[in-house]
Ligand binder design. Structure first.
Ligand code: CA
Length: 701
């Protein structure tokens, strides 16, 4: 099966082809005792709670709970659901503390509900400006809160870190963690070590320099900051021995486009070694020739870095993709586990970053133990004894386009994996596909556009790269991977990319939502499908499980958006208007409301649309600039308007007021006047009208 899909992380969507198969606050709000170090350290033994993002500091997302198991799962039903007030991507993993569930939604909103009933306790809206949407590579998503003391903490899309009173949802403090004049965003969940709230940020497609910071949970005072890439030496960008070491691996004026290396999602903590592990993102720009003259490893891009959590001091790093050129972040989920290798228990760190290799690393030293590709990898032919990749020269697209696997979406993206100590398997939401990368010979820094150094080219790709990338036939799937043997145990294929995070349990179960609108339960050792439920919306988030009053619950969010949710293939799915939180239990009898009748969408009357542009040129600009939100080929799979059905395309003044004058910037649709000239704006409208006419023509057949 061949289809096209859109990625909000991907400006060149057109060139991407996949080959594949009510506030009811109690009068006296109360919470239990404070969340402290001991409580998080003991999280693995506490089945009634889920106190930190990945359930435990090891981030295994495994719960020993087994009331829901191979025999009983058939009785799993909906316990409760909460409809939200946002229709964008929902990516939060909830925390469950003292019977209350805390989670976030799109637009960085936070909620507290009764974990038994879903009854709302409070909600909080940080009121992120709609136009901040334009700085979000991959939708206005948020992946959850952290808890410490009597507070919960969240990062906001506009770069704030906010502490809320756990009992009331009232703001206790708020700090700006980023330079608001730069295009930073926060989508990741904070982590907390001994009262230090650790938070990263995103924006490597938009020209920023990555870092993580630690803030005092009580006061909001910043305690330390660790930059992941060196800055301009002339402006104090190389401050210490660590930055000196990193700067030696860069060339030219790398700081001009920020360098990248944002820490936008994964972290883990090992209490025994007192090490905080952070996953570092891709280069800014992606194009290594532009970024660093094609020279040097460019530390700490695409690396896992171990830091001292009290000081932010560097301890070790492991770089997955030296000379990163393909948006191959190492921000993917980091899991800590003790596994038996060659008869010896090893304390390891595991990651399946975007670059397609699965890594097992000694988490004390950073030493490479083993690695192998978990999807087809065509930019590299293998790893050496130290885990350094052997490169395929042509894949660097220096003079001609290259077809490269995996895609900028990655063999695996942010969707959390899970490790089950029962099966010793890691469950990876995987995507086997390839993408075309073309150099941009006319690259100039654009403060308002994307800055990735990738062009749109009709030049054929290098044939050697095309052949190697052509082996990517697996498409989207859930992959059960044996980290001991570095081999596949089983897989389940899906029709669409963008499938959800994973939970594994003591019931020998694996739980994963899918982009086509189901929550699915599989047998953990074999992959046999045991149960599924129509959630009425795409499920991307990581599920959580907890036990209260002797009943085991599984909770997950539904809501389409974010990176990698596919267009193409089947048309947009019928779905609930808003995202929601759903909780399931054995014998649950709640029903979802019926889906409202299929939305009747009509192409507007185009008889007076009078397009005056060049549709072929408009297509290039649309797919380069607009597709990342509105969908490749003008087919929107999300709640973001499908322009073929928008009346604005038939009215040039209205179209221009939006695209040029920014009339809808509050809704996230900012002015594109700095990116597109007026005649180019008309070209885009002409292309969209052409696509709308195609709908009319096919309907007439
Ligand atoms: Ca990226």
């Amino acid at each position: 099966m061949t289809f096209r899909f859109v990625s909000r992380s991907l400006l060149l969507a057109a060139s991407l082809a996949i080959t594949s198969t009510a506030l009811a606050a109690d009068s006296k709000p109360q919470v239990g005792k404070a969340v402290d170090a001991k409580r998080i350290l003991k999280a693995g033994d506490n089945n009634s709670e889920w106190v930190t993002h990945g359930r435990t500091y090891s981030e295994q997302r495994y719960s020993p709970l087994k009331k829901i198991n191979l025999n009983t799962v058939k009785n799993l039903g909906l316990a409760w659901y909460v409809d939200l007030d946002t229709d964008r991507g929902q990516e939060s993993t909830p925390l469950i503390i003292d019977g209350t569930m805390y989670f976030t939604s799109a637009w960085s909103k936070a909620f507290a509900v009764d974990a038994r009933t879903g009854k709302e306790k409070w909600r909080y809206d940080p009121k992120v400006a709609g136009e901040k949407n334009a700085d979000a590579c991959c939708d206005v998503v948020n992946r959850g809160v952290a808890a410490w003391g009597d507070k919960v903490f969240l990062g906001t899309l506009d770069g704030r870190l906010i502490a809320l009173d756990m009992a009331t949802g009232k703001e206790v403090w708020s700090v700006q963690t980023t330079d608001p004049t730069k295009r930073y965003t926060i989508t990741g969940a904070p982590r907390i070590v001994r009262g230090k709230v650790i938070i990263g940020n995103g924006g490597a497609e938009l020209g920023v320099r990555g870092y993580v910071s630690a803030y005092d949970a009580n006061s909001g005072k910043m305690l330390w900051r660790f930059y992941t890439v060196p800055g301009n030496p002339a402006e104090g960008g190389v401050t210490d021995k660590t930055m000196e070491m990193a700067a030696k691996t860069w060339a030219g004026d790398w700081w001009k486009v920020g360098g990248g290396g944002t820490v936008w999602d994964s972290m883990a903590y090992d209490p025994e070694f007192d090490l905080l592990y952070i996953g570092v993102g891709n280069g800014s720009p992606w194009n290594y020739q532009i970024r660093s003259q094609g020279k040097g490893d460019n530390l700490f891009l695409s690396s896992i870095v171990a830091l001292k959590p009290d000081t932010g001091e560097y301890v070790w790093h492991f770089q997955t993709t030296p000379g990163e050129s393909w948006d191959y972040t190492a921000t993917q989920h980091i899991i800590l586990a003790d596994i038996k290798l060659d008869g010896k228990v090893r304390k390891v760190l595991m990651q399946a970053p975007k670059n397609g290799y699965f890594y097992v690393i000694d988490r004390k030293t950073g030493q490479f133990i083993s690695g192998d590709n978990y999807v087809n990898v065509s930019w590299s032919t293998g790893l050496d004894a130290n885990g350094r990749p052997q490169f395929v020269k042509e894949a660097f697209y220096v003079t001609e386009p290259a077809q490269v696997a995996p895609t900028p979406i990655g063999g695996h993206n942010w969707y959390p994996m899970s490790f089950s100590p029962l099966t010793n398997l890691v469950y990876i939401p995987a995507l086997e596909a390839s993408s075309k990368y073309s150099p941009d010979p006319n690259f100039k820094v654009n403060p308002k556009g994307w800055n990735i150094g990738i062009g749109f080219s009709n030049t054929p790709v290098n044939p050697t790269t095309a052949e190697a990338a052509g082996k990517s036939k697996g498409g989207p799937h859930l992959l059960a991977w044996n980290p001991i043997t570095q081999t596949e145990a089983w897989r389940v294929s899906y029709p669409r990319p963008g499938n959800g995070g994973v939970l594994s349990t003591g019931g020998n179960l694996v739980v994963q939502g899918s982009a086509d609108g189901y929550l699915n339960v599989y047998r953990a050792d074999t992959g046999t499908k045991l149960w599924s439920y129509v959630t009425q919306n795409a499920v991307m988030s990581g599920p959580a499980t907890y036990e209260l009053d002797g009943e085991q619950y599984i909770a997950v969010m539904a809501g389409i958006g974010g990176v990698a949710v596919g267009a193409g293939g089947p048309a947009a799915l019928p779905r609930s208007k808003y995202g929601r939180m759903l909780a399931f239990k054995l014998g649950g009898k709640t029903s979802l409301p019926p889906l409202e009748g299929a939305v009747t969408r009509e192409v507007p009357n185009l008889s007076r649309a009078a397009p005056m542009g060049d549709a072929a040129k408009g297509r290039i600009d649309y797919e380069r600039i607009c597709a990342s939100c509105h969908g490749a080929n003008v087919i929107s799979p999300t709640a973001i308007p499908d322009l073929r059905y928008s009346r604005t395309i038939a009215r040039v003044e209205e179209w221009n007021s939006i695209v040029i004058d920014g009339a809808r910037k509050d809704k996230g649709m900012v002015s594109f006047s700095s990116v597109l000239k007026p005649d180019e704006v008309e070209n885009v409208r002409t292309y969209v009208i052409q696509q709308a006419n195609a709908v009319l023509n096919s309907a007439g057949r």
